[in-house]
Design a protein around this ligand. Structure first.
Ligand code: 13P
Length: 253
């Protein structure tokens, strides 16, 4: 049976009150969740504790949008995995293109974070994706392979414990999602790259698509063989659209 993860990346949106409001709205619209469609929300760090209180033991997972790899110490402004865990999170997004392009994160830094997350027992969501320029130059798969090889270095069989999110940079926040053919091609290729590097264990790795996912285009994406869900920005900030996207995934399990 196909497994899905529907993840909301709230980015730098919401405060303590609106975090609770949004979670309560999601819960009011949907109370039954399938075991094959895991649902995750990733509010800003400052709202995680409040989100955890609001969610209590509801079947909606909580995740962080970033982390630091050191356990503690003089790293002003950084957040450790123990801190994230103590807020009730079980997922952490790393390598988002906004972190790569605006905050200078490299594949090496992402790899350090990845190893720390795996040691902590949390589930990493590793984001990769090409820019528009790289796609126009026909370098999409070279770039994706480089990101896979370097950011996933040294994890071996733990490949099955991670989630990969394919987010073409040009599709993020633009309203222009990748076409069905582009998503299909990229996800098939990513599965092949993961299989080549890690063997058949990588068949268990969930591969999410991200970039202008909406309640309208979710169906055409979720029906594709190697798509296991979505990492959703804008559309995860509205309870109705987020719930519609979750319900769409449930059609395919
Ligand atoms: P949008 O869904 O707003 O395009 O954002 C995608 C994204 O970056 C999720 O991590």
């Amino acid at each position: 049976m196909k497994q899905f993860l529907i993840a909301g990346n709230w980015k730098m949106n919401t405060d303590i009150n609106s975090t609770s409001d949004l979670l309560e709205s999601i819960w009011n619209l949907k109370k039954n969740y399938s075991n094959s469609v895991q649902v995750l929300v990733c509010p800003p760090f400052t709202n995680l504790s409040q989100a955890n209180k609001t969610l209590q033991d509801k079947p909606i997972h909580l995740g962080a949008q970033n982390c630091y790899w050191e356990p503690k110490g003089a790293f002003t402004g950084e957040i450790s995995l123990d801190m994230i865990k103590s807020c009730g999170c079980n997922y952490v997004i790393i390598g988002h293109s906004e972190r790569r392009s605006l905050f200078g994160e490299t594949n090496q830094m992402i790899n350090n974070k990845l190893h720390a997350i795996l040691s902590s027992g949390l589930i990493p969501i590793v984001c990769i994706g090409e820019t528009l320029e790289e796609r126009r130059e026909g370098r999409t798969f070279v770039v994706l392979e480089e990101q896979i090889v370097n950011s996933l270095e040294g994890i071996d069989e733990k490949i099955q414990d991670i989630v990969v999110a394919y987010e073409p940079v040009w599709a993020i926040g633009t309203g222009v999602a990748a076409t069905e053919e582009q998503v299909d091609e990229a996800h098939n290729k990513l599965r092949e790259m993961l299989n080549n590097k890690f063997g058949s264990t990588a068949n268990k790795t969930l591969i999410l698509y991200g970039g202008s996912v909406t309640s309208e285009n979710a169906d055409s994406i979720f029906k594709l063989t190697n798509v296991n869900g979505a990492l959703i920005g804008g559309a995860s900030l509205k309870a109705e659209t987020f719930v519609t996207i979750i319900n769409t995934a449930e059609k395919y399990v």
